[in-house]
Design a protein around this ligand. Structure first.
Ligand code: SF4
Length: 472
């Protein structure tokens, strides 16, 4: 088995773009997701090490100094950092010319030939779901026999046939031992989760087909493939024992609640462990399921509302209705389940008026916390295809030089500047209201830890707003 380095490469300071982040950008408030995708494949290769450089603050020099210790390096690449990720690969190869280098992630899965052609120092691209692809290469299988890779044969770029998706997810080992071996729990922070938290996947794929959403369209697919409830509960029990400092477990599956019966079964198991947990959900979960989850430790749901305008939800194939969203939000409030809501400005069909309607809707359903993103056309998504065909994505960049998201889309009736400017207005309209300020003060009054945390986030948030307003 090849000694393998799994690397979330160093890039912009504070950039959360790696193997576990859906929106690849530096955020308003310092935040990092766990590099779950890399940890999952690292768990298949005992002779491995995972370095999450952005979260740990590891520099390129420090990573390069370790290149000689390994026979293979696998870099998780994102669209906004592609150029810098290639420079990292080249630096590693310069330090160790014998190092085999592979790239993985949604971006290279979508553009494998272009990505391989970007540097002759890269030996292969592991497309789509890459766990067993990389394991076979680490075991020494010849490239010609490995499904799912793009590589060079006699100087020509060759695409081997696609690898079949994993259907029995219980074939994948736990990620927790890799977290324990290679990561520092305290490096990972998400504003709306209790600190320290821990996240991982219990299944892959999403039944929905939202046009902007990267993962299901590039790696996970549109069938929700899951690990058994018993395995999931066993992994949380292991984590709970190994990481007693963790205050909350987050299931980062695209839509954990897509299979309500399984969600309830897992919830009952977690209830017996007495842990606090959270998960991603679509705003359509039935009341009964919400109730079972709440009674068994669910604290918070991360919900993509995206827009408060039905026509825009239809344009992006969200598959939700505003009346169902309202009912869901009311059910959560009744049960005491907190919501972190996410919205997107600048989706197809957006106008100045629809932005105002979405702000109004966000205030009406009033999630506990919320986040606004700028529509981002990642290669591999339907949104990218629409944006390139219609000339909405002319400049071709997704983030600025410092890693902050830019408004990448530009419509005839709504400019990228207007979209960008609306971001700060959205945040201010939502948070600077007496009702919201009262909620935050009340939350701070309940614990000194929360007070310190919210004050720190507040400083970062004001810094971000000032920055945005200077740019607009
Ligand atoms: S429901 Fe969520 S995870 Fe699923 S496709 Fe839509 S945005 Fe993506």
């Amino acid at each position: 088995m090849k000694k393998t380095l799994f690397l979330n490469p160093p890039s912009y300071e504070g950039f959360d773009g790696g193997a576990g982040s859906r929106y690849q950008a530096k955020r308003e408030i310092r935040s990092f997701w766990y590099p779950t995708w890399l940890a999952q494949v690292a768990a298949l290769i005992p002779e491995s090490k995972l370095i999450d450089a952005p979260a740990r603050g590891v520099s390129l020099d420090e990573v390069a100094a370790q290149a000689k210790d390994f026979e293979m390096a696998i870099l998780y690449v994102s669209a906004p950092t592609f150029k810098s990720d290639i420079l990292v690969a080249e630096r590693l190869k310069a330090e160790n010319p014998n190092l085999m280098i592979g790239l993985c992630g949604a971006h290279v899965a979508t553009l494998p030939e272009q990505s391989l052609a970007a540097s002759d120092k890269v030996d292969f691209i592991a497309r789509h779901e890459f766990d067993f692809t990389i394991k076979e290469i680490a075991e020494g299988k010849p490239f010609a026999e490995v499904d799912g890779i793009t590589w060079r044969k006699d100087g020509e770029i060759v695409n081997n046939k696609d690898r079949a998706l994993i259907h029995n997810m219980d074939e994948l080992p736990m990620v927790a031992p890799v977290y324990h071996r290679d990561l520092v729990v305290e490096d990972y922070f998400i504003g709306y989760l209790q600190y320290p938290y821990m996240s991982f996947y219990t299944g892959r794929g999403c039944r929905s087909k939202c046009s902007f959403c990267l993962w299901p369209q590039t790696i996970g697919g549109h069938v929700y493939r899951t690990r058994s409830a018993a395995e999931v509960v066993a992994e949380v029990a292991y984590m709970h024992e190994k990481f007693p400092q963790v205050k909350e477990f987050m299931f980062d599956d695209d839509t954990f609640t897509d299979d309500t019966k399984r969600a309830e079964e897992i919830a009952r198991g977690l209830g017996k462990l007495g842990v606090t947990w959270s998960c991603n959900a679509k705003p359509n979960v039935p009341y009964e399921t919400l109730k079972v989850m709440k009674e068994n430790g669910l604290r918070l749901l991360l919900v993509g509302f995206e827009s408060g305008v039905q026509e825009i939800l239809n344009n992006i194939k969200k598959g939700t209705r505003l009346d169902i969203i309202r009912r869901f939000a009311a059910d959560c409030r009744k049960l005491g389940i907190l919501i972190h809501g996410t919205f997107i400005v600048g989706l197809p069909g957006e106008t100045k008026e629809t932005i105002e309607q979405t702000i109004k809707f966000a205030k009406e359903i009033n999630p506990h916390t919320m986040q606004v993103s700028l529509a981002a056309p990642y290669p591999g998504t339907l949104l990218y295809q629409q944006a390139t065909e219609n000339g909405w994505f002319k400049q071709g960049d997704l983030v600025r030089d410092d890693g902050l998201q830019i408004a990448a889309l530009n419509y005839e009736h709504l400019t990228s500047e207007e979209i960008s400017e609306s971001l700060a207005r959205f945040y201010k309209a939502f948070y600077f209201r007496p009702k919201k300020i009262f909620e935050i003060v009340l939350e701070m009054a309940q614990s000194w830890e929360m007070t310190k945390r919210r004050l720190r986030e507040g400083v970062e948030f004001f810094h971000f707003l000032n920055h945005r307003m200077d740019q607009a």
